[in-house]
Design a protein around this ligand. Structure first.
Ligand code: AHR
Length: 491
């Protein structure tokens, strides 16, 4: 039997809600069709935003949204996307499918979307092909409330009040699509650009993020922390879970058990990456002031057959839900260093929460995984220790059970447990030291590894009540079915 000891008297860090952040890029049908359909669409909308999608995102308390990219951010010129729509410039989206970008979704629309969802804004600025002045003026346009050319321009566009920008990223992947820079060069550029991100709002300080490494590039982290650490609030990290390799990624559906375990094994590398980059950050920032911002993560498969290869559209199965849950538990465990994470991407792209087709919408298994983790938002991480054997399957070794536990302000202990195995149930004896449980409520997501929702069968995978537990004087014993994610609220 697995044993989980939770010390309810010892907290180990604050779990920011922003660990459940999302990413939206002008890529494929994420923005256009997925989030924004325009005021004149027959699809029900509020000021152009899809009403069904906004409602679904509010239900999982989406805390923060990154925009406009990704690679797109480094060729995006924000002035093309403000003011009357008929005057907005049309451009080519060279990164993603070579389609025409008509800029009908720009800064004003992004803040309207955030307003409707009730989430914070994370803007990524253009370093690769933009200027310091352009970035400086964007921040002035968005956040300055006084008299100035950009604030006046915003007022002319119908927005009297300045918006709040919670996070600002200075470029994206400058080691690749964001300009092919060296770490040393970008560190200098970061120092220069961030100087002109002015803090106009004392009530809403902008958290500045330097573009960090890809996967295991420790040199990048070292140079950025050494040369620019004191000028940043956060350093990003990008890590995608690719089942095989970048040339033959594998398909989102119709995969083997071996593919399943390989995918989960690869996603668990996230923990090593956080430890490795975190150790370098510790050398320069022992107090953990600078956050590690994992602003692109998730599965990346071959695109769905018959779809534009530049649109990165993929289906989403229970395997993706397991990937999400494993990562969300890892982020909780490292909440002292990880301040925000943004899964890629919100709608219709990569590991999406939501898929749309015309007026139809489906919630993916990943959506339901996020729903089960939502109660951790803004809690305190609890000290927990799991005694559990490893699981060996199809040549891969993984933990048989994975968990994290937190304490909410009202004194409830929240536990999320993952059983990645496809064969065996896992019984877990949960000892809640310092709390004699009186009341437990559970929810769960489970299914076959490739179960998924389609437009014709949208309810195949959904969360459901979890009742397979028995109370004991020291806690409770829960029985996790194979391929499952369980959330327990213990009082
Ligand atoms: O999320 C898709 C792309 O992956 C992003 O645009 C880029 O930052 C990353 O390489």
């Amino acid at each position: 039997m697995n044993q989980l000891f939770i010390n309810t008297a010892v907290t180990k860090g604050h779990i920011r809600k922003d660990l459940h952040g999302q990413f939206s890029e002008h890529l494929g049908r994420c923005i256009y069709g997925g989030l924004y359909v325009g005021e004149n669409s027959e699809i029900p909308n509020v000021n152009g935003m899809r009403a069904d999608v906004v409602e679904a995102l509010k239900a999982i308390h989406l805390p923060v949204l990154r925009w406009p990219g990704g690679c797109f951010a480094d060729e995006y010129h924000w002035k093309d996307g403000v003011g009357p729509k008929e005057g907005r410039k049309r451009m080519v989206n060279t990164h993603w499918g070579g389609v025409t970008e008509d800029n009908s979704f720009g800064t004003q629309e992004f803040f309207e979307l955030c307003r409707q969802i009730g989430c914070d804004a994370y803007i990524t600025g253009n370093v690769g092909s933009g200027t310091v002045q352009e970035m400086n003026e964007w921040v002035e346009y968005m956040t300055f409330d006084g008299i100035s050319p950009m604030a006046d321009w915003r007022r002319q566009h119908g927005h009297e009040d300045a918006w709040k920008v919670a996070y600002f990223g200075v470029g994206n992947e400058p080691w690749g699509c964001g300009g092919n820079m060296t770490a040393e060069y970008y560190a200098n550029e970061y120092r220069r650009y961030q100087t002109y991100i002015r803090q106009y709002r004392p009530d809403a300080k902008i958290y500045k993020i330097a573009a960090g490494p890809s996967e295991g590039d420790t040199h990048w982290t070292e140079v950025l922390m050494k040369n620019a650490g004191k000028y940043m609030d956060g350093l990003s990290l990008h890590y995608y879970t690719v089942p095989h390799d970048w040339q033959h990624k594998g398909s989102a559906l119709g995969f083997t058990r071996q593919d399943y375990y390989e995918t989960l094994k690869k996603t668990l590398k996230m923990e090593d990456l956080i430890r490795t980059h975190g150790a370098i950050m510790d050398q320069y920032d022992p107090d953990k002031r600078v956050g590690l911002i994992i602003d692109e993560w998730g599965t990346w498969y071959d695109v769905e057959e018959g779809t534009n290869p530049g649109f990165l559209y993929q289906q989403n199965s229970m395997r993706d839900a397991m990937v999400a849950a494993l990562n969300l538990n890892i982020f909780n465990k490292h909440c002292d260093r990880v301040h925000m994470a943004n899964i890629a991407q919100l709608v219709n792209v990569l590991q999406a929460m939501i898929l749309t087709e015309g007026p139809r919408m489906v919630l993916t298994p990943t959506y339901f995984a996020f729903k089960l983790f939502q109660p951790h938002q803004e809690n305190e991480l609890l000290d927990s220790h799991l005694l559990s054997p490893d699981l060996s399957a199809e040549g891969f070794t993984l933990p048989a059970v994975q968990e994290s536990a937190s304490l909410s302000p009202d004194g409830t202990v929240h536990v999320t447990l993952v059983n990645p195995g496809l064969e065996e149930s896992q019984d877990v004896e949960i000892v809640t030291q310092g709390l004699k449980p009186r009341h437990v409520v559970g929810r769960m997501l489970t299914g076959n590894m490739d179960d998924h929702n389609t437009f014709d069968a949208p309810d195949t995978v959904a969360d459901q009540p979890f009742v397979s537990f028995t109370m004991s004087p020291t806690g409770l014993t829960a029985s996790l079915p194979p391929c499952s994610i369980v959330h327990l609220a213990i009082k």
